[in-house]
Design a protein around this ligand. Structure first.
Ligand code: CU
Length: 165
């Protein structure tokens, strides 16, 4: 009986320690008296779980920051109203994704900038999101593309596309 439990104990120890190395679990089992018991595994287990938890949190926060800084597009809010865009000029970086959030506070308006492949319309009192990535350097003049009254022709938004610093 002792002999059998000795072998069993060794097997369990090997399994437990390889599992532990793999970071899966950290229970140390013992086949003493034919009953599996934890043997001093608790403290180690807590440490490992805390370490894994902390590393995971750290990883998520680093990843989150990377996403916020580098991957998610910059949102630029522009308001359209008879007969201006506010602000009337914005600056973006070449190759950097941007989301233009265009809001109309009165009548329907639009914005068209052929060179930047931008052509959107926004309904009365609505807000739309126009994602784009400027691929050319320069100053581009966008025009309102929905007739909105006598000053419609002068309603422009200038987009400056500059080099990334
Ligand atoms: Cu207009």
């Amino acid at each position: 009986m002792i002999y059998v439990s000795e072998i069993l104990n060794n097997v369990v120890s090997i399994v437990a320690s390889s599992a532990e190395r793999a970071g899966v679990t950290c229970l140390t089992l013992n086949a003493k008296d034919g009953i599996f018991q934890r043997q001093g595994g608790d403290m180690k287990c807590k440490c490992s779980v805390t370490t894994i938890f902390t590393s995971t949190l750290l990883g998520i926060s680093i990843l989150g920051r990377a996403v916020a800084n580098d991957i998610s597009p910059k949102v630029i809010q522009v308001t359209a109203k008879r007969f201006v865009f506010e602000p009337a000029e914005i600056t973006v970086e070449k190759g950097e994704p941007v989301v233009l959030e265009l809001k109309s506070v009165d009548v329907p308006h639009g914005l068209r900038i052929r060179e930047l492949n931008l052509d959107v319309k926004v309904g009365k009192g609505a807000t739309i999101q126009a994602p784009f990535t400027p691929e050319a350097l320069g100053d581009f003049v966008g025009h309102c593309s929905v007739f909105c009254g006598p000053g419609h022709g002068k309603m422009t938004l200038i987009i400056h596309v500059v080099k990334k610093p």
